[in-house]
Write a protein that binds this ligand. Sequence first.
Ligand SMILES: NC(=O)c1ccc[n+]([C@@H]2O[C@H](COP(=O)([O-])OP(=O)(O)OC[C@H]3O[C@@H](n4cnc5c(N)ncnc54)[C@H](O)[C@@H]3O)[C@@H](O)[C@H]2O)c1
Length: 370
Amino acid sequence: MTVLVTGGAGFIGGHTVLALLDRGETPVVLDDLSTGTRAAVPAGVPLHVGDVGDAALVSHLIREYHIEGILHFAAKIGVPGLAADPLDYHMANARKTRALLQAAVRADVKHFIFSSTAAVYGNPDVVPIPETATPKPVSPYARSKLMSEQMLADAGMASGLRYVALRYFNVAGADPKGRHGQSIPGATRLIKVALEAALGRRSHMSIYGFDYPTPDGTCVRDYIHVSDLAEAHLVALDHLRCGGASRVLNCGYGRGYSVKEVVHAARMVAGTEFEVRHAPRRAGDMASAVVNTDNLSGLGWKPELNDLPTMIEHAYRWEQGLAASGPLRQLRLRLLDHTAKAGDARRPRSTKPIPHEATDLRRTQSGPQT
Ligand SMILES: NC(=O)c1ccc[n+]([C@@H]2O[C@H](COP(=O)([O-])OP(=O)(O)OC[C@H]3O[C@@H](n4cnc5c(N)ncnc54)[C@H](O)[C@@H]3O)[C@@H](O)[C@H]2O)c1
C-alpha cells in the first residue's frame, strides 16, 4: 500500500522511509527540503519537492499514487530555549497541517500518523507522564503541535479519517546500518552537539542549568533511538489498518538520562574529552521529562535499541562519516541538489550518506565500550 511521507527527507521521516522500505511498503515523499536533503531519500522512492501546505499539490499526489495513509513529519521543529518567531510556528505547523488534513479528508484518506511532541505536556505534575496528563504547553512550538492534534481530533470526528498522534521528546541515534542520520548544520540537540564537540567541530559545549531538582542537578530527558521511533510509526499504522481507533500515544523508553550522563556517555563512546561550560538555565526547559509508554507497548511495539551508549554509538558513527568528508561532502550534496532542482532527471540516487555497510557497530567502534 502506498503512503505519503511528508518531511521524508528529514531526520525522523527519512528513517521511517527506510523502515517502510525494509518491510516492503511503498512510500512517496513530499518535502520542501528546507531542512531535509535529497540524498536522504533512497533510490526508487519518489520525492516531490513542495510545500505540505499546498493543498492542490497534496490532492494531486493522493490521487496520482492512490495514497492510503499519510505520515506527517514536515514541520518547523522546536529549538530548545528559543521562542523566536512564534507566529512562524503556527504558520509552519498548525496552518499547514490544517491544509494537509483538509486535502486528506476531501480525498477520503483513511489513516494519518502525526509527529507530535511530548513538549505538549509542559511542566508535568506526574513523571513518567501518562497520555492522560492535561497538556500545558509552554512554547509556541508545542502549542502549534497541540493545535494540530486538536484539528486531527475534529477532522476524525467529522470524517472517516482515523489517526495516531505520537508524542516524543528527544530523538537520537542514527540508522544502525549507516544509511541515514542527522545532517542539518547548526544542530541544537544535546547528543549531536556533544559528538560535534568530541570530533573537534565545536570548541566546546554548554550545559544549561546545574540547579534543577534532579539527582545531579542537570535536566533529565527520555531519549529514544530514531530507528525504534520509526518502528513505532509502523506499529501505529498497523493499528489503524487493523481497524484500531484513533489514539494519542507517547513514544520513549520511560527512562530518563541527565545531561551530565549523556555527556559522560558521549566522552566514553568517542574516547575523548571535550570542554563543557556551565551556562544559566534556559527559559522553558523542564527539569525532568520522561514519558509512560505502556500504551504504545500494548500495541506490540518492542524497542530494540533502548540504551544510551547504543544511541550515542550509532550517532557517533554517523558524525564520523560526516566529519570524514566534511565540507567536501556538504558541497557535493549542495551540487547534487542544485543539479536535480535544475530539472536533471538523473537524480543522485547513488549518493548514500555513509559509505560503509557496518551492521555490527560494536566491532568497528573506535572509542571504549560502555
Ligand atoms: N527531533 C526531535 O527530537 C523531535 C521531537 C519531537 C517531535 N519531533 C517532530 O518530528 C518531526 C520530524 O522532525 P525531525 O527531527 O526529523 O526534523 P527535520 O527538520 O529533520 O525534518 C523535517 C522535514 O520536513 C521538511 N519540511 C519542513 N517544512 C516543510 C513544509 N512546509 N513542506 C514540506 N516539507 C517540509 C524539512 O525539509 C525536513 O525534511 C517534526 O514534526 C518534529 O516537530 C521531533
